[in-house]
Write a protein that binds this ligand. Structure first.
Ligand code: UDP
Length: 474
């Protein structure tokens, strides 16, 4: 029997808000603009966080979501967050298979979309005759490193960070080994080996979606398409950003939006390190004193310090510790009229769209980067912490020139004077004016990609027609 009706797509976001948010937005595009039926199948570690529930509960009625039985945090102890994410998927495979089988009994399920850390589900999809598609929630330069990683692994004998020259991948800006994503920084580690295994699975999918757009990274996409290795089709479907959880001033528990309402236009620097970035106690101290010294208005989403790891909060539900308790003594009182510090989480998309927000000090997560481009063309201060954020920072600062970057000392600490200088530079300095102008231009280019005949719309339509009219045999 062959079927030509529009199919049903299953989407599997691996744990972490940075994966969930763009995949949910992809689900919305497929359901609302292309009439697909979409089911999000959500694995979790322990119980879902409030932020996760808010995103899933705000879904339109034509998108279903199913939580897989949670994996116990005890089964993941002491592992690197990347390994925890991958292991969560491995442990969820039996329940995922059951859910897919039961969907197949009643619907025309055609494809399974998942991100890199869920590469293991590829075999499950193929075993059930579902088309497997990767969604890479970051940029094409990262995808290029991933696709080239097996060759780099075979041909480079040393640690990538010890290479004397930057890597020159086709179509990409030269990137130094020490700026590559965290998982490849220690080739002897268990995490590197697992990451490499994920990367090797990319070519086995029927297609790879990537959250970027042609006018931003056309050269990289073209180089990958022309590579004689012959990768699966690559769909640059971005920029896909969160369309808001419906948070308004009344239900914003953080109070950020109300506070912004009372600030002058473009005066506030938003400071946030994504869904899980953490700083050391010393760095929190310097950041607080640097913001104070700058004399500029700020809105800071603060987390408790962590002296060991910069992604300590990534997979954690909100802790009971109070991040405000770790700020320097007297800081909150002294900066009462200057800034607001909110613990853990704030409605970032609404903050970036607020007229009072004039700059964003960011960890350079790709979702945050695209949101600052798309929502209001907000210029950036780049403060990368982990994952592929250093690659993103190099791209933003050196290539696109839409961000300023503070210098760290030899121990990796950015001191208060440097912070104050860069904050003033962005908010009121000449260098801030030029990055702001370039960011505004970039916003226009990004909007064009999303227009009716733009590159993102075309790429998604190509994929949709492949999925919608692909006959499935039973
Ligand atoms: N986010 C948010 N409020 C916060 C922190 C993060 O809404 O307080 C959202 C942010 O808007 C973005 C996502 O969480 O959509 C973070 O993704 P990103 O890729 O920037 O970084 P990650 O958290 O994956 O490191």
């Amino acid at each position: 029997m062959s079927m030509v009706e529009k199919p049903h797509i299953a989407i599997l976001p691996s744990p972490g808000m940075g994966h969930l948010i763009p995949l949910i937005e992809l689900a919305k595009l497929l359901a609302l603009h292309h009439g697909f039926r979409v089911t999000c199948i959500v694995p979790t570690i322990g119980y879902p966080s409030e932020a996760m529930k808010a995103v899933l509960e705000g879904l339109p009625t034509n998108i279903d979501h199913i939580f897989l039985p949670p994996v116990s945090p005890k089964d993941l102890e002491e592992e690197h967050p990347g390994i925890q994410i991958s292991l969560t998927i491995t442990l969820s495979l039996p329940s995922l298979r059951d859910v897919l089988k039961s969907l197949l009994e009643t619907t025309q399920l055609a494809a399974l979309v998942f991100d890199l850390f869920s590469s293991e589900v590829l075999e499950v999809a193929k075993g059930l005759q579902l088309s497997p598609y990767f969604f890479i929630p970051t940029n094409a330069m990262v995808l290029s490193v991933l696709l080239h990683l097996p060759t780099l692994d075979e041909t480079i004998p040393c640690e990538y960070r010890d290479l004397p020259e930057p890597l020159k991948l086709p179509g990409c800006i030269p990137i130094h080994g020490r700026d590559l994503m965290n998982p490849v920084q220690d080739r002897k580690s268990k995490w590197y080996k697992l990451f490499l295994r994920h990367a090797k699975r990319l070519p086995l999918a029927e297609g790879i979606m990537v959250n970027t757009f042609i006018d931003l990274e056309g050269r990289v996409i073209k180089a990958l398409e022309e590579d004689e290795v012959g990768y699966p089709p690559i769909y640059p479907v971005g920029p896909i950003i969160q369309s808001g959880s419906g948070t308004d001033d009344e239900d914003d528990g953080s109070g950020s939006l109300r506070w912004l309402d009372n600030q002058p236009g473009g005066s506030v620097l938003f400071v946030s390190f994504g869904s899980g970035g953490t700083l050391s106690s010393n760095q929190i101290n310097e950041l607080a004193l640097g913001l104070e010294l700058s004399g500029q208005k700020f809105l800071w989403v603060a987390r408790c310090p962590n002296n060991e790891s910069a992604n300590a909060a990534y997979l954690k539900n909100q802790s009971h510790d109070d991040p405000l308790a770790s700020l320097p003594q007297g800081f909150l009182a002294r900066t009462k009229g200057q800034g607001l510090v909110v613990p853990f989480w704030a409605p970032q998309a609404q903050i970036l769209s607020h007229a009072s927000t004039g700059g964003f000090l960011t960890h350079c997560g790709w979702n945050s980067t695209l949101e600052s481009i798309m929502i209001n063309g907000t210029p950036l201060i780049a403060w990368p912490l982990y994952a592929e954020q250093r690659m993103n920072a190099v791209f933003l600062v050196e290539d696109l020139k839409v961000a300023l970057r503070p210098k760290a000392d030899e121990k990796g600490l950015v001191d208060r004077e440097e912070i104050a200088k860069v904050v003033q530079g962005l908010m009121v300095g000449e260098e801030g004016k030029s990055v702001r102008k370039r960011m505004e231009e970039l916003k226009i280019v990004a909007e064009k990609a999303k227009s009716a005949d733009g590159s993102a719309t075309t790429a998604l339509s190509e994929l949709v027609s492949k999925l919608a009219f692909k006959p499935r045999s039973f």
